[in-house]
Ligand binder design. Sequence first.
Ligand code: GP9
Ligand code: MN
Length: 627
Amino acid sequence: MNLLKHNFFMGTILSVMILIKLALYYHFMDVSSNYFFLILFSSFYILTIFFIVENKKVAGCLYFLISILMFVDVIYFSNFNRNLSVNVLGTAGYIDDVASSVWAIIKGKFFLLMIDALVILVLLVLSRKNSKAIPKIQFSMLNHDRNKKLKTKATVFLMVFLLTVVMVTTPSQGDMLTPIVNQEFFSYHIKDIVTNIQDEMEYSDNLTNIQGEYIPEEKGPVFGVGVNKNLIVIQVESLQNFVINEAYEGQEITPNLNQLIQEGFYFDEYYQQTGSGNTSDAEFVSQNSLHASYKSFTYELYTDNYFYGLPWLLRDKGYKTLAFHGYSKDFWNREGAYPTMGFEQFIGGEDYDVSEPIGLGLGDSDFFKQSVKHLQNIEQPFYSFFVTLSNHHPYEMPEAYQTLKLKEEDQDTLFGRYLQAVHYTDQSIGAFIRLLKDSGLYENTVIAIYGDHFGINCKEETAYAPMSDFLGFEYDYDEMFNIPLIIHVPKMQTAETIHTTGGQLDFMPTMAYIMGIDYLDTLYFGNNLFKADTGFVTSQVYMPKGSYIKDHIAFEMSKDGVFENSRAWDIKTREAIDIKRCREDYERAVNQVDLGHFYLENDVLRKVLLENVSIDELLKKELEEDD
Ligand code: GP9
Ligand code: MN
């Protein structure tokens, strides 16, 4: 009887701990609906494990593994604002390289998710050592009849199995059960694994073809101003727009970029459009005007596809095309992807002298200094694509390079470190421009500069307040995604700021216009921002698929997959907007991103551009297969 009481007591304590753990998990995962349902579903799954698995040590170990997955889930979510997927396992190999970034995003509170699992493990170990003193953890109901017990177990198992089948077959958008499937720990992960094994994409039902708009005008004032000139594109690591033309405590943060803006074009409502491959996606999207993959990084998944973006377009006009980056050539599989994208030569980490590393590796200043020597020896015209490195999370710079004077409260904070690092990168770009001038290249070279993606996550609690303070409004996704695009054309003193909304997808057509390409003989999604009156920027990571920024409106699709739970706001007034106004553009965004995936998955550019198959035919086939 005593033992019974003890078992009941232990069972109750552990059940409460499990409930608390689930409540914490869903709190950390920032669930937007069905909080109690989710806890209920998950506890049902967990209790089933303890009930069905005879050997309690095995059940305890399973629970421990589940807890580890929950722990990893919340870390991943806190940074990416989406659920962890087996798809991203491909990027796991890079964790070592960015270990300092990973450590910087782990919060102490996440360890709370491990407490009950540890308690259970300790109890199990103790119960093995002293089976009389510590009773077995007994979750199962008292049952003297073994057959009856087996029958009950089989019934419970069948119930859970059927429930799981229902969950796995529920679509991620537009169904009653959608919010559960998208958010409930077990349903989500099981569905994720199953769809991965089946290797199936979920496209929207009305997948329709759309193309970007390119209006080259022979007589347009900007069309072809860069014709036959060299082109240097600098993709700057983590460069956000909020530092441009701004001062911190009276100190100009990016004086060199600001100077360039004084003499060039500045797109101040330009946004990142990456997928799962961060920096590499910023490159891919910008060069090709195609969507990157949500699944994993495009450079790895689609290296064998056919692409015909900016490097190819210029190469076919007689340009020599090169890419420069001061980190290992195999990172993000650049060495595999660059030739496909049209770069003839890649000068990567192994080609530089990294005697004074900063953060991940070669400092930007050395990177540019050493690269200029290559530029001087290349036949012209050339297209040189530079990807910087130093301004990388968590922005740890050697003291000597921290030249901004920070207020005490900003010292050694993410916000303060970011300002120092971005200031250093700006100085490196300034020095690069001086070197270009000294070598005589500047006067014959168009220079375009943009940020690859955000540097400070608006979900990062420690940086949210100083960022909001600095901005004068609450730091949100629109500002986080806002990166500058600066284009400098030699001998053109324009100082023109263009406010048309645009994103990395628009880079290729916009640059093609400057470089005087009459016709874009390729498939692409972006628009020429010199000619567009209105812009449309889709998102698929951080803000989920269906989210977009259009002119002054930002729309964030709800993570649970239910349109009605979404939110929208006016970027200028910061006021909330009725989401009913956003339905049509939401559907447009879903279609566009899905179509982007369809292009990648089906190597559409090869089929259409090389094999003369029509896209409509390909889409028709896909829709028929879906039916
Ligand atoms: C590494 C660098 C960093 O080569 O481009 O990539 P990120 O971590 O920003 O995606
Ligand atoms: Mn990056």
